[in-house]
Design a binder for this molecule. Structure first.
Ligand SMILES: *Cc1c(COP(=O)(O)O)cnc(C)c1O
Length: 396
């Protein structure tokens, strides 16, 4: 009999991945995440990060991280409920609440943890969760951890959402509508004003995951709720500190009641050690920088418009993005993979996204322009896109 500890059942599955052509190695980045990086030993322009504002390696954030380490040490030493709740954790929550223009903000160790912890804590058996079909994996997992029932509505389809509400509202105690603020594959923004109106009409709560809206949309990156002027009308406003903010962590902003309850019931906070001081120090500096000036978000949008316009003029299909996320839609899966590979060989790193992450036949490379790119770097990237596009006959 085969030895179970050889994990043959996993070896077989790995072989299947190889046969399907989806087996991969992780790219290796040498040094900091910047506009230009050393990837697998080669210097390339980086159009693949979520480092929207160029904060990940910013001198001010690094200095703040070092100062926090000097004062508070390398680790928090325990979960918050025991002795891992440092004064900087509380300060960060107050700063985030002020930034988000909400009563309170509750922090987690990541955006993923925030969804895993919050959704199950605020719903129970007898409730219904209604989720956009394109919501992020961490929302799907968070929903699975809840004892509430769940239904899906078609992507940003308000008629479908209303139908689900109409058919189900009376059968449940509380109903929670969950949507991404910005959808990461196409860069489109949730139709939040309409969603909030429906939620108010049917007495449902709203939950917006603004991982790609944080630091990007709204005044100085305050997010989708601020972008639409919906303060006070969205119950749970989730943000990440890992993308535009450049560090790691997540939070939910909302009411004091929400804060009090999560303080007692959010499992990632009850059972997992709090954010390390270095991360907290750097995050606070980033939020202060955003509150001081719109310089960073202005630069991000300026670069994004510049790049999108140049690719469009060349004849690439950049989809219907409303944010700095810039997909270049190629279509065929194998051709998309080839396009990404050729771009890398020519000096631009931009990852290919194909089925099953996006529908079959809509393969794309997803360009993430940041405030950290110079116009010269963007011009160089555009020239490489043109060269490879012509070589592969994607462009005329
Ligand atoms: C990236 C992302 C997350 C996870 O955030 P992390 O802080 O990286 O864990 C959650 N939700 C959405 C919509 C995301 O895009």
């Amino acid at each position: 009999m085969a030895n179970v500890h050889e994990l043959n059942y996993l070896k077989e599955k790995i072989e299947e991945l190889k046969k399907e052509g989806v087996y991969r190695k992780l790219p290796i980045l040498e040094g900091a995440n910047e506009a230009e990086i050393i990837l697998n030993g080669e210097k390339v322009i980086n159009l693949s990060s979520n480092n929207y504002l160029g904060f990940a390696n910013h001198p001010r954030l690094k200095k703040a991280a070092i100062e926090a380490v000097e004062k508070y040490g390398a680790g928090a030493g325990a979960v918050r409920t025991i002795v891992g709740n440092m004064s900087i954790h509380e300060e960060l929550e107050e700063l985030l609440a002020e930034f988000k223009r909400e009563e309170a903000a509750f922090i987690y160790q990541s955006g993923f943890n925030c969804n895993a912890g919050t959704i199950q804590a605020i719903t129970e058996a007898g409730d219904l969760i209604i989720s956009d079909e394109l919501n992020h994996a961490s929302i799907i997992d968070g929903t699975r951890l809840s004892k509430a029932d769940r239904k899906i509505f078609k992507h940003s389809d308000l008629d479908n959402l209303e139908q689900v509400l109409k058919e189900n509202r009376d059968k449940y105690k509380n109903v929670l509508i969950i949507t991404d603020g910005v959808f990461s594959m196409d860069g489109d923004i949730a139709k939040l004003p309409e969603i909030v109106e429906l939620a108010e009409k049917y007495e449902a709560m709203t939950y917006v995951d603004d991982a790609h809206g944080s630091g990007v949309l709204g005044e100085s990156g305050r997010g989708t709720v601020d972008h639409f002027g919906l303060h006070g009308r969205v119950d749970f406003s989730i943000g990440t500190l890992s993308k535009a903010i450049g560090v790691v962590g997540g939070y939910v902003a909302g009411s004091k009641t929400m804060y009090e309850w999560l303080n007692h019931r959010a499992r990632p906070v009850l059972f997992s050690t709090s954010l390390p001081p270095a991360a907290v120090g750097a995050i606070m500096e980033a939020i202060k920088m955003l509150m001081e000036s719109t310089e960073y978000t202005d630069k991000l949008w300026d670069n994004a418009k510049y790049f999108k316009q140049k690719l469009g003029t060349l004849g690439f299909n950049t989809g219907h993005s409303e944010t700095p996320i810039t997909p270049v839609i190629i279509g065929d899966e194998a051709e998309t993979m080839e396009f990404s590979k050729k771009l890398l060989e020519n000096g631009v790193f931009v990852s290919a996204i194909v089925f099953p992450t996006v529908p079959r036949g809509t393969g794309r490379v997803r360009c993430m322009v940041t405030a950290g790119h110079t116009k010269e770097q963007l011009d160089r990237a555009v020239n490489i896109f043109e060269k490879v596009g012509k070589e592969m006959k994607i462009l005329e």
